[in-house]
Design a protein around this ligand. Structure first.
Ligand code: SAH
Length: 347
């Protein structure tokens, strides 16, 4: 019988220490291996030069080190870089580097495909294949940090979980990846520079609040009217807006962190005054701000960006009620790297 090797990056630092003790070695060997895996990015045991040759061979016989591979990289005229990332089992996800004058942001995927069914999103058309492991999310960040240094001469400054998948449907692994990303002995990024974006899963938002997570929360709202939202995001039927609002109020009470609502205005769908009034009501329930994002067409014509006049009305009315609103332009459109366009056409 062939013995399958274990994924060594699935072990915590303590588990690695215990493993070495069980083998009759010193616990600090576990720390050394952990550092090679998570701080120094070792891809093979052979590279772990402060371990004896025998230990390296032993580890190689019992474990694998899984790593993502940037399979294809596309560069946009605006500096945005899109990566098709191959996972150890051959599946592909996409991740994006978005540079602006003040920051460089990594947009990472959390699942292969997505189980939610937002009608305007390209990823929703791919069936959900599996969740990403914490190391697969971490590796996307490392790869983009390297690209940021190489092509833009600065380290990565921010991370958004706005790539493929619904992060709150893979909550445990997302949290574990953020632990590694923020670990001072690893990448050491501040959780304040990390934003998890969700289409709004009330139960998990409450759990995040209970866990007192330190990263930011963005919610893809797109409509504050149940009938409209259910039309464009059918899962809203099972998780209606009142439940979402309750969860967000709970979040704010526990974390004191303001929420960002992502919102696309579409012609004939949510561009009327009643839509704006409902959004204002929703916003007043919890301290929040609104990010109006540009629609990136996904080739079916059903959804069209609203007229500038409608966007201006949204901005004016929200500001009039003291709600902060920003209008975000899309990046990387020429390489299909913009929000909602990630669908690995090659796969
Ligand atoms: N599942 C998570 C994260 C991935 S989507 C979420 O829903 O938040 C990241 C953002 O892109 C979300 O705000 C989503 O609503 C938005 N989006 C999806 N398709 C889009 C499109 N075609 N154009 C513009 N934004 C889109």
């Amino acid at each position: 019988m062939i013995k399958t090797k274990k994924d060594i990056r699935a072990l915590t630092r303590d588990e690695l220490r215990d493993y070495f003790v069980a083998q009759g070695e010193k616990a600090f060997r576990g720390n050394q291996v952990y550092e090679w895996l998570w701080n120094k990015g070792a891809h093979v045991f052979e590279d772990m030069t402060n371990l004896s040759k025998e230990t390296r061979t032993f580890l190689d016989e019992h474990f694998v080190i899984n790593h993502i591979k940037v399979d294809q990289m596309q560069r946009s005229t605006d500096g945005t870089i899109k990566n098709a990332v191959k996972l150890h089992d051959g599946l592909i996800v996409e991740s994006v580097l978005i540079p602006t004058s003040s920051r460089t942001t990594a947009c990472v995927s959390s699942q292969v495909g997505c189980s939610l069914n937002c009608k305007f999103c390209a990823t929703a058309r791919l069936k959900r294949m599996r969740n990403l492991n914490p190391d697969e999310i971490f590796d996307q960040v490392v790869a983009i940090d390297q690209q940021s240094r190489l092509y833009h001469n600065r380290p990565l400054s921010n991370i958004v979980f706005m790539g493929m998948g619904e992060p709150l449907m893979n909550y445990n692994n997302v949290v574990k990846s953020i632990e590694k990303i923020t670990d001072p002995e690893g990448l050491g990024m501040s959780p304040r520079r990390i934003t998890v974006s969700t289409s709004g899963v009330p139960k998990i938002i409450k759990k995040m609040a209970d866990d007192e997570v330190k990263f930011n929360l963005a919610v893809s709202l797109h409509s504050a009217l149940d009938d409209v939202r259910t039309d464009i995001m059918p899962f809203n039927e099972q998780m209606p807006l009142q439940e979402l609002k309750d969860a967000l109020q709970y979040w704010y009470i526990k974390t004191k962190k303001r929420i960002t609502y992502e919102y696309v205005v579409w012609r004939g769908i949510n561009d009327q005054d009643k839509d704006i009034e409902a959004l204002i009501d929703f916003c007043l329930a919890v301290p929040s701000k609104v990010n109006l994002i540009e629609y990136n067409p996904i080739d079916d014509g059903q959804f069209q960006q609203a007229d500038p006049e409608a966007i201006n009305r949204y901005v004016a009315k929200l500001e009039d009620r003291g709600i902060t609103v920003t209008v975000r332009r899309s990046r990387g459109k020429d390489i299909d790297a913009a929000c909602g366009q990630l669908a690995n056409k090659e796969a």
